[in-house]
Design a protein around this ligand. Structure first.
Ligand code: GLY
Length: 564
């Protein structure tokens, strides 16, 4: 089996949950007058809304949701991972927080290669050697210092209560915990809260006393409660079992970073998204600009020409991603050139609607003057109109599978998001180049695309999703479902999705995506389709013309909207 096939099936097994839901129920509209929170777990959504009702703003709610997800959604919610947060104030200022993990100080370019120079698959995926230095706690502290309104302790307390008193696992969670039992036993030498002798059943209480103790230290000492003292010592001790390399110094030196968002227009909408080390913002803007001159709504939702154009712009965006995108603190990302209108249009010049372009014929573009699934997303609008769009991740489901003994949280396996070997695919089949090679202290390239859209200077949409390499295309499609095809937020989120990422040269599709006649036409033109389980779990909020907040909670998971 090739690395691509093996890794792709691994990624799918990690990221895909059963794709079965009641289509009519999945499109039921939920609206709120004042504030809304949409995220991957009902308990975390409840916590976020309670914080806003207590006078908190969107950032307070985001902090509470981030920590609550670390308890109630341990396969992606985290304090042992990282993420990106987009913020837009009620008066229209926007900001981007990068709390992505970094490569440990002892990391090196070829650390996941064998003696012959070939990638060793498990090394960058499983066990502590796969972990980057976690960024989530520092990120939440930074977000609170700049924008929080409530006391830090108040924002974190609900997560402590959930960890201490326990919460009832959903049917989906029970199945996932049972499926991963052997993995947890393999990668941990001490008992972990996620493993019990009997099988997990829906409604069973999951209590996490060690995690509660860690959260209390973070509550009382802020970042020092995590990056120094007993928790830092426990992280370093956890390295021993599977040859990890995170040191106390790495933890002490970790810093999240405020960055300038990328923004651009799609027709008369303004799209604000995450800059590098996310590839998502630039790719999303590029694709929206390319389709913006075509009559998508006349062609029709998921019809022949619409799908063809979207696939072709996705193909080109991912080819550019592989070469030009990486951590801007280590690699000179040609951001201005990539977002230049002439360059963007030149990428689809000569596009033929008669036949499929071959990915082998698509190379990264030539830039003028120029010498790169298991994640989770939450969207929040507070009672004043401030908005947060945040995506956070451990990378694979339950990350590295290493639970820090004594501290009760899971470490990420984000190192696989680097180009382990330039030109070789990662877990998601993504190819990368030198821009995304491993270097101590560097951030691995991400696809996470937390996004905010404005119309006429006013907040219109808050959107994002997990899904590894499919994140960017899922956001792209959801945005177009609303802006080009006039769908409501819930319908846009529920609609079946498709995805192309340059290599491999296939269109992956969810069941029901792309009208059968359109698919037949496209096959004749040379497109190949591969069906798979669910793609992404988009959680989004749309501000309707009457000011009400219409939510979109992805029916593919236990995603939940709440508000008042
Ligand atoms: N770990 C998935 C991403 O950041 O793209």
């Amino acid at each position: 089996m090739t690395r691509t096939i093996l890794l792709t099936s691994f990624a799918i097994s990690l990221c895909v949950e059963l794709f079965s839901f009641n289509w009519a129920a999945a499109q039921e509209i939920q609206k709120y007058k004042h504030a809304a929170v949409v995220c991957a777990h009902p308990e975390a959504a409840r916590v976020g809304v309670a914080i806003i009702k207590d006078g908190g703003n969107a950032v307070d709610a985001a902090i509470a949701v981030q920590f609550a997800l670390a308890v109630v959604y341990p396969n992606a919610g985290n304090i042992g991972g990282g993420g990106f947060m987009m913020y837009r104030s009620k008066t229209g200022e926007s900001d981007a927080l990068d709390y992505r993990e970094t490569a440990p100080g002892k990391a090196s370019r070829d650390m996941y290669l064998d003696a012959k120079g070939n990638p060793v698959i498990d090394k960058s995926l499983l066990g502590a050697l796969a972990s980057g230095v976690p960024g989530s706690v520092d990120g939440m502290v930074k977000a609170h210092n700049k924008y929080g309104k409530l006391k830090w302790k108040k924002d974190i307390q609900p997560a402590i209560d959930l960890a201490e008193k326990g919460f009832a696992v959903t049917a989906q969670q029970a199945a996932e915990l049972n499926r991963h039992k052997a993995d947890f036993l393999k990668y941990n030498s001490k008992p972990v809260a996620f493993v019990k002798e009997a099988v997990w059943k829906e409604g069973d209480l999951l209590k996490q006393p060690q995690l509660a103790a860690t959260l209390k230290l973070i509550r009382d000492k802020g970042r020092a409660g995590f990056y120094e003292g007993p928790v830092a010592a426990a992280i370093v001790a956890a390295m021993a079992h599977t040859q990890g390399i995170i040191s106390e110094q790495d933890l002490k030196e970790y810093k999240s970073v405020w960055r300038k968002p990328v923004s651009g227009s799609y027709q008369n909408y303004t799209v604000i998204s995450m800059p590098p080390p996310s590839s998502g913002g630039i790719a999303l803007l590029t694709m929206l600009k390319q389709v913006g001159n075509y009559p998508l709504s006349r062609w029709g939702f998921q019809q022949d020409s619409t799908v063809q154009l979207m696939v072709e712009v996705e193909r080109r965006a991912y080819a550019d991603r592989a070469s030009y995108l990486g951590d801007p603190d280590f690699f000179k990302v040609p951001q201005t050139a990539l977002l230049d209108t002439n360059y963007i249009q030149s990428r689809i010049k000569g596009l033929s609607f008669e036949k499929a372009t071959l990915s082998t014929d698509v190379k990264p573009g030539v830039l003028p003057g120029y010498e790169s699934e298991q994640t989770t997303h939450y969207s929040i609008v507070d009672a004043e109109g401030n908005a947060v769009s945040a995506t956070t991740t451990l990378n694979g489901s339950y990350g590295s599978l290493v639970v820090v003994d004594g501290a009760g949280f899971i470490l990420n396996n984000e190192m696989d998001d680097f180009s382990v070997k330039p030109g070789s695919p990662n877990m998601y089949g993504l190819i990368g180049g030198e821009a995304n090679s491993i270097y101590a202290g560097k951030r691995m390239l991400s696809s996470m695309t937390p996004t905010i859209i404005e119309k006429d200077g006013k907040l219109l949409m808050v959107v994002g999703t997990p899904g590894g390499s499919t994140i960017i295309t899922s956001v792209f499609q959801t945005v177009l479902n609303v802006l080009a095809f006039g769908q409501g937020m819930q319908a846009a989120v529920a609609a079946p999705r498709f995805h192309h990422q340059w290599l491999p040269d296939d269109v992956t599709v969810e069941k029901g995506a792309i009208a059968p006649a359109a698919r037949a036409h496209l096959q004749v033109k040379g497109y190949t389709f591969k069906e798979r389980g669910s793609i992404g779990r988009v959680d989004a909020i749309l501000v309707r013309p009457d000011g009400e907040l219409e939510t979109g909670a992805d029916p593919r998971g236990n995603d939940t909207a709440s508000g008042f």
